[in-house]
Design a protein around this ligand. Structure first.
Ligand SMILES: [Zn+2]
Length: 570
């Protein structure tokens, strides 16, 4: 046990922190709560970094200069750092955050003095319980994740170092007789008041947590401070948002926005932007495909930077074979292409129809993407094909990839370079974690066209707590609705999302189209063996005050996002 390292893991943990902080020769790193300076000096030697140490205790700072000369040592308060904005490439806090009187202010200050692109690394005793950020000398991981997201950081990492803690406790008892004695001696050496130390508590963990202050962070924070958002209109004039010369743009995605007469939306990407999406697809797809497995992708795949093209790239890294089949246009042909595939990727409505048309397929996994995912569709696929269903949320503005389920299926893990805020649709104010609101997305590190606080129109929420899989990315719950997709009708409202929920739960409904006519009539055309009477009674159970006309007719597969038409006039 090195007597000058007062945290579990000692030098090894400090080295791991330096690696997470991506320290390189000449990097400016601030060690907050540096104690006697052993860690600060180690960072400077090991990585060739220009290290500075800060501690509240004048005695520790004085001793640090004597014991470990070299780095700059400054006496000061972590909640009011005596450094300018953007002064450091990295800020490291080793077992100091949990002892601070105002840990939230210390985090805010650490983010302020970081450069854009810099890393914040926190080593701490930890627990998985939700609660205050710090209590009894340990940090609540869910609360820390919240606080880091609140500050607009991204690329969160958790490194479990609980083994360090066990060894540390054993060594402290061995050298000092008891943990309490070690604690008293350490406090004395540091010239600090006795500190709470939860080393002997049960359920206690030890973690290194890192997060990046992304490029574009300053702009994001200013817009958030002023309550500003990016709108569809901004995307209609993409030249104003472009950050690279036109020749570096590898892909432009053009989308007509429904109901508007103006220019279409355009989102531009460089090759690196698209590679970042392929990286996200790679970790996202990992649980869905085995090496050498085969995937059938029923999405657009006409160019290398289409969804299908990027997915093939990602799957190739597993040695998986990918057939990009395009959207389903013919059920028999699709069933043939899907036969024997381990993984199917497709739009929820199309996969629901394919399951009805080809119930004998046996994919191990299905990924639903490209539209909101009704629970009834997931249920149908699980029942019919006996498969595991994963869902993906994303849109053009997120570079196709956005968030994807892990095998625990408790929300979709967000892509690490995005910032998600859930805001009140009326006021635009951020709502607390776990509450429902409109999803605003930022992709501040996008090279061609960074996106800031873009209101998606999707209504959802971030899941509270930490996922059982241990990944730290925040998770999006199922999308609840889209703003503007609901029509008021007698007794409530109706939307395509609600209709999908209702009708894909009826056995034998392969597909349907629906239109509202007049004030109170819904006209539905059904494809599949379901009886009109069954369909009507399912609809009546959901909308008792509406009138229905139900017809049966073969329908071509729907390739667009599903929608509910409103017909006025005869
Ligand atoms: Zn997970």
């Amino acid at each position: 046990m090195d007597p000058f390292f007062f945290h579990p893991g000692g030098k090894d943990a400090t080295e791991a922190a330096g690696i997470l902080a991506r320290l390189a020769p000449g990097s400016r790193v601030l060690d907050v709560g540096c104690g006697l300076g052993a860690g600060t000096a180690f960072l400077s030697e090991r990585f060739g970094a220009a290290a500075a140490g800060l501690d509240l205790s004048p005695r520790a700072i004085e001793k640090a200069g004597e014991l470990f000369p070299g780095p700059e040592y400054v006496q000061g308060d972590a909640a009011a750092l005596p450094f300018g904005d953007g002064s450091f490439d990295a800020v490291i806090m080793e077992c100091s955050l949990s002892l601070m009187t105002d840990p939230n202010a210390a985090l805010r200050e650490a983010v302020r003095v970081l450069k854009e692109g810099g890393e914040l690394v926190i080593g701490t005793l930890s627990c998985r319980e939700e609660g205050p950020l710090c209590s009894e000398g340990r940090v609540s991981l869910p609360a820390l994740e919240d606080a880091l997201l609140e500050e607009g950081l991204c690329s969160l990492r958790f490194q479990d170092r609980t083994e360090d803690l066990r060894r540390f406790a054993a060594e402290a008892i061995f050298s000092c007789g008891s943990l309490e004695t070690w604690q008293e001696q350490a406090a004395e050496l540091l010239g600090a008041p006795a500190f709470p130390c939860g080393v002997c508590r049960k359920e206690l963990g030890c973690h290194l947590v890192s997060a990046r202050k992304p490029a574009g962070h300053t702009r994001w924070r200013e817009m958030r401070h002023r309550g500003e958002f990016m709108t569809e209109d901004d995307l209609r004039a993409p030249e104003k948002l472009l950050r690279v010369p036109g020749r570096d743009v590898a892909r432009i995605i053009t989308r007509n926005t429904s109901g508007s007469m103006g220019e279409p939306k355009r989102v531009c990407f460089t090759e690196e932007d698209m590679a970042a999406t392929a990286d996200f697809f790679t970790w996202g797809m990992a649980p869905m495909i085995s090496p050498g497995g085969r995937a059938a992708v029923f999405m657009d795949g006409r160019s290398p930077y289409s969804v299908g093209g990027l997915l093939s790239d990602a799957l190739e890294r597993f040695g998986a074979e990918t057939a990009v089949c395009g959207f389903v246009t013919d059920y028999a042909a699709a069933a043939e292409a899907a036969a024997g595939a381990e993984c199917l990727v497709g739009m929820p409505g199309q996969m629901a129809s394919l399951a009805e048309a080809a119930p004998d397929l046996r994919p191990r996994t299905v990924l639903l993407s490209g539209d909101y995912v009704p629970a009834s569709v997931e249920e149908r696929l699980r029942k019919t094909w006996g498969c595991e269903v994963f869902t993906h949320w994303g849109m053009t503005e997120t570079g196709y990839g956005g968030a994807v389920d892990c095998p625990f299926h408790s929300g979709a893990h967000l892509r690490e370079d995005l910032i998600i805020e859930i805001v009140d649709p009326e006021s635009g104010e951020p709502v607390p974690r776990g509450e429902v609101g409109e999803i605003a997305v930022s992709a501040p590190e996008r090279r061609a066209m960074p996106i800031f606080r873009y209101r998606t129109g999707d209504v959802g929420r971030l899941m509270p707590g930490i996922c059982a899989c241990g990944r730290p990315e925040p998770r999006l719950d199922r999308i609840r609705r889209r703003i503007g997709d609901e029509y008021p009708v007698p007794g409530g409202s109706i939307s395509i999302r609600q209709l999908d929920e209702c009708l894909f739960a009826v056995p034998g409904v392969r597909d349907f189209r629906a239109a509202l006519t007049g004030e109170d009539t819904l006209s539905v055309t059904i494809d599949g063996p379901a009886s009109a009477a069954d369909v009507e009674s399912a609809l009546r159970a959901c909308w008792p005050a509406l009138c229905f006309t139900v017809e049966k007719a073969p329908l071509p597969p729907e390739k667009e996002k599903r929608r509910l038409e409103r017909r006025t006039g005869p």
